[in-house]
Design a protein around this ligand. Structure first.
Ligand code: VGL
Ligand code: ZN
Length: 198
């Protein structure tokens, strides 16, 4: 069994100065570069939305960022426009060492549905294909780092634990959005699901 490091959404828009900046988001960059040296396999995810994506508040008349709406697949938080395909904000942080990455998984590219998790879109049904890749390559032990702890990292960790992966989240290499207590809530859910939090 092989171990993989999965680096989640370390992109300019989630770092200070970005459209959906996570406090201290850039602090994880040198820590992740260092941690990656210990792993044989490095995989990156990239939030990758078309302009006008349905998760953007600007796509819903009269709505503001951080409000919640009901979509056909359930509740959806609305975000500022971020990580638009091909934009500077969607690029990886320039300090992130991506050289060794064997796979970059882009998610959130379907206009009508958001995707926090790297395994399933927000309907919790549409697969991204990453679980199949990891299984086929015998990588059942995965370590997650990146942004944001309480959204893409947590949803990914929960899905991975649910479908039988051994999951570790290195909290020192993650930073949170923390919207209405979301960090405490998601840490509790990850713990209950058997995710190793270190
Ligand atoms: C994320 C909100 C919207 C994340 C992505 O990477 O945690 N959060 N899109
Ligand atoms: Zn997004």
């Amino acid at each position: 069994m092989h171990q993989a490091l999965v680096v989640i959404d370390v992109q300019n828009d989630f770092c200070p100065g970005g459209a959906l900046a996570v406090a201290g988001g850039d602090e994880v960059v040198p820590l992740i570069n260092d941690l990656a040296k210990d792993f044989e396999h490095l995989i990156l995810t990239q939030d990758w939305h078309p302009a006008g994506h349905s998760s953007f508040a600007s796509s819903h008349k009269g709505r503001k960022p951080f409000e919640t709406i009901t979509m056909h697949y359930g509740e959806q938080t609305l975000w500022p426009d971020h990580c638009i395909q091909g934009s500077e904000g969607a690029n990886f942080h320039p300090g992130l060492d991506v050289t060794k990455a064997e796979l970059i998984l882009r998610k959130g590219f379907r206009p009508g549905i958001d995707s926090y998790s790297f395994f399933f879109e927000n309907d919790r049904k549409t697969p991204t294909g990453l679980a199949g890749y990891l299984r086929e390559c015998d990588m059942h032990d995965i370590t997650l780092v990146g942004l944001a702890t309480d959204y893409c990292v947590a949803y990914s960790a929960l899905d991975a634990a649910r479908v039988g992966f051994k999951v570790t989240v290195r909290l020192d290499c993650c930073r949170a959005i923390d919207l209405g207590g979301s960090l405490e809530r998601m840490l509790g859910e990850m713990r209950d699901a058997g995710v190793r939090l270190v």
